[in-house]
Design a protein around this ligand. Sequence first.
Ligand code: BDR
Ligand code: CA
Length: 314
Amino acid sequence: MNPVIFDSDGGVDDAQALQMLLAGGVVPVAVTSVFGNVSLAAATRNLLTVLEVTGHGDVPVYSGAKVPMVQPIIDATHIHGEDGLGGAPRPATIPAPAGDDAVTFLRETFRSAAAGGTKVDIIMIGPLTNLALALRLEPAITAGIGRLTIMGATVYGRGNTTPAAEFNICADPEAAAVVFQADIDTIVVPWEPCTTHYISREDARALVAAAPASAVRDFSSALLEHACKTDEFYGGNGKFKYVDPFAIAVVLDLSIVTKTVTASVDVALAPGITRGMTLVDPSGRLGTPKITLVEEASIERLTALYAASIAYHA
Ligand code: BDR
Ligand code: CA
């Protein structure tokens, strides 16, 4: 596997995702933060918190875009809590970021990978702004990008932020359009399968109970309880849905995926009720179908990876 960069907007499921990646034995070369679920400052602090809790405080974190490319900022504090981590307990000290220019970091990393004939992968589970800005400034960096794994978009037009649009695309549609048009090997976990891949609160709590007592377990438990409470508040039965961690599971073990569609992905940019909607076309009429979108995966194997993340410590 290529070295990997983890780009995220630091919410509850982003924290679970980073834990899962680390527990899967993949330590990212860097973490880059972006506005989204919470402000850039809060997202950065949250990602630093996860690294500290898991014993990976030495992984460099670069903060990135504070706002979208064109439109005003939106957030999702109603889902992730004011702090973005649902009030989960934090260590007494949190390391400082390594830098405040994630876009330059991405450009330099992919440029030098390309120059050396290698590639670096990137996982993006927030708005796609950092990579879009890097691509606009330096399109040739695609030569140094290995696989891009995204959690975001809708495959059948059933959004979670508007009826048509998923949050990570809706938060910066222009950025998403830039990234989906780029010549990059891309795999996407869209929103709809996240609504059908879940476990009950009771089953999730049993995973926590089975893990050895540790700060990671306490942290995981707080994140889980917040996620289930939010599901309940919005009309669910308190289930635990795999959202950002779903993308990580795909990175760790692609063989968990049992159904995909390969398509071109366009983003609706016109103002109005469809803005941020993704148009997924497997037919080839709108462009070359080259982006893989996940539709189904093994819930048992997803859950095994989640369980490992609760029991993890470096
Ligand atoms: C996505 O938006 C955020 O709220 C989550 O962290 C996830 O990345 C789901 O639409
Ligand atoms: Ca996210």
